[in-house]
Write a protein that binds this ligand. Structure first.
Ligand code: SF4
Length: 585
């Protein structure tokens, strides 16, 4: 079954910000940590925080100490006063857009306005806003509620940030009618993220047979998405996770639209997408031949991606390009060494760090659980083959692999003794913020560029090696940054401080653009000055391809899973293919 995932599905800015604050607090605070109510309306996230010792408080006791995180929906000034009277440190994760509504409510209440909030009476955000009106603010959830609003000469109308815009303006018209002789001011406080999400559901509803909306049962914006979808005249299902999918009902459809509330994590969306597309597998097998071929092809691609064979082929492609740039002809062996080495390292690292896989790549996590033994055996056989090949070329190439392997092991080992932690903040290389991105790039570039350099029978100038090393390093850095952007939520959960977590998604994309320009300038300069072979000109297409991948990710054409890896890693396979053609002609 075909699944179209909405571009806007998943965390909004306010939720992402709250999650980052929560996980940073978890990583840095020593004492007990609390959240004021659920930090966001998502049961999986609340459970995850509970598992890590974060307690959800409904009432604040003044004898408590530790740290309290204020939820994304905000709290009332009375609740803030209670926290102030306790010994708790405060981490305020109130979404800035909610804080703006609170500020407008407070200001207008002080100016004598009757504040009317259009929204859900029971929602934490609405209760928080009302707190800024000295208990005089009013909520309208149904049009009929307007009749019972008190008289006033000045009225301010605001909305719960996740309210439907169409409905809000219906309420506004009715309120204006009621207060036709009053000064009625309207501030449209509906969040843009909500508006875009709802508009996309309407658009998606025209292209699909049914819609699945994923999100917490208590999430107002998820419920609203469901309502918008129903109003668009399409069969719709609201679920919290993949276990709630009704396959009996779904199997009659060909194409399903999938969207999610603002507090739904990516890994939950991906699990749902995966389960829905598996319904399609059974149907297409029984249907036409073309469906069967497509299904087999998908299975093969899935296998080579999940096993890391695809990553190994990509590493091989990069090694071929590096060898040809240095004019080293025996590139098949280098490509095998590099491919086998990267294959082995990736499997071992992933097996060592299953938690990150659980959130970033649930499909791979399941695959690794099922095939753990075979993968470990494959990894050891590969490293032995890689070492043997390296030794058959030259002992220095063998030593290079040994060093790279030792560095790989040292990356996760606590090398700084406990008594030095007063002076040295990080005990492992892994703990240094953003180290993973640079480390992966250095490992790939080292194996790809240094192998042909050390193996060359002709004398290769050091400057040429450095140029090729930098070419490989920046290309892999771009790849690693794209993966880090994709994995931002899962990395935050497991406490990894990657570049996107440190500087945000937007600035990481700017950085990717900068690296792309840098690598382009590097290829041109090195080729023009004869430091690398004329292949450099043909390889100018590779940074452009990397940017194209970023664009596809941005447009959510490649969002997660197999397709993402197939498209992103193809840049190195392309580099290898171009190099082979260049060598042959
Ligand atoms: S939906 Fe909008 S207002 Fe609500 S938390 Fe997200 S960004 Fe903030």
């Amino acid at each position: 079954m075909k699944v179209i995932i909405a571009h806007t599905a998943g965390f909004c800015m306010g939720v992402r910000r709250a999650m980052n604050k929560a996980f940073v607090t978890l990583g840095h605070e020593k004492g007990p940590i609390y959240t004021h109510g659920p930090i966001i309306h998502n049961p999986q996230i609340v459970k995850l925080l509970e598992e890590r010792g974060v307690q959800k408080l409904d009432e604040v006791d003044k004898n408590l100490d530790g740290t309290i995180i204020i939820r994304a929906h905000g709290i009332s000034p009375m609740e803030r006063a209670k926290i102030r009277s306790s010994h708790l440190n405060v981490v305020d994760a109130t979404c800035p857009k909610v804080a703006r509504v609170q500020a407008a409510a407070k200001k207008h209440h002080n100016l004598g306005y009757l504040v009317v909030v259009v929204g859900d009476n029971d929602h934490a955000e609405v209760r928080g806003i009302l707190g800024y009106t000295g208990g005089e603010g009013q909520v309208v959830s149904e049009i009929e509620d307007i009749n019972s609003l008190p008289d006033s000469k000045q009225v301010l109308v605001v909305a719960q940030t996740t309210f439907s815009r169409e409905m809000f303006y219906e309420f506004v018209d009715a309120i204006k009618k009621k207060y036709s002789n009053a000064d009625t001011k309207v501030i449209d406080t509906i969040c843009d993220s909500t508006r875009r999400r709802q508009n996309e559901v309407k658009e998606l509803a025209k292209k699909v047979d049914a819609m699945v909306i994923v999100g917490g049962k208590t999430s107002g914006n998820t419920k609203r998405l469901f309502d918008v979808s129903i109003e668009a005249g399409i069969e719709s299902f609201q679920i919290e996770d993949e276990t709630e999918l009704d396959f009996e009902k779904l199997k009659k459809f060909k194409t399903i639209g999938l969207t999610a509330g603002a507090s739904t994590p990516n890994w939950v969306i991906m699990k749902v997408a995966d389960r829905i597309s598996s319904v399609g597998k059974q149907m297409s097998e029984n249907e036409e031949k073309l469906g069967w071929v497509k299904h087999r092809l998908k299975k093969v691609l899935r296998f080579i991606v999940l096993t890391n064979i695809y990553t190994a082929i990509s590493a091989g492609g990069l090694a071929i390009a590096a060898a040809c740039l240095l004019n080293v002809n025996d590139f098949w062996k280098m490509s095998l060494i590099s491919g086998l080495f990267i294959f082995s390292m990736y499997i071992l690292n992933r097996i060592k760090d299953p938690e990150a896989m659980k959130f970033n790549d649930p499909e791979r996590e399941k695959f690794y659980q099922d095939k753990r033994g075979v993968l470990i055996a494959g990894s050891f056989i590969s490293i032995i083959m890689s070492m043997a090949l390296a030794l058959s070329i030259r002992p220095t190439v063998f030593l290079l692999l040994v060093m790279a392997m030792l560095l790989g092991v040292a990356y996760s080992v606590k090398v700084v003794p406990p008594f030095l932690t007063k002076y040295v903040r990080y005990r492992r290389l892994k703990d240094i913020p953003a180290s993973k991105t640079f480390f992966v790039a250095a490992a790939w570039a080292g194996v790809s560029a240094a192998t042909p350099y050390l193996a060359a029978t002709n004398k290769v100038p050091v400057i040429s090696f450095l140029a090729v090393f930098a070419f490989c390093f920046f290309l892999v850095l771009i790849r690693a940054a794209l993966y880090d952007i994709r994995d931002i939520q899962g990395d935050a959960v497991v406490g990894r401080e990657t570049i996107p977590i440190l500087i945000g998604k937007k600035w990481t994309q700017v950085l990717v653009l900068f690296f792309t320009l840098l690598v382009t300038a590097l290829i041109i300069t090195a080729t023009v000055n004869g430091l690398i072979t004329s292949l450099g000109y043909s390889l100018l297409i590779i940074p452009i391809y990397a940017l194209f991948s970023l664009y596809l990710y941005h447009k959510r054409v490649i969002f997660q899973g197999i397709l993402f890896e197939l498209v992103v890693d193809f840049e190195f396979i392309l580099a290898g293919l171009i190099s082979i053609v260049w060598f042959l002609i």
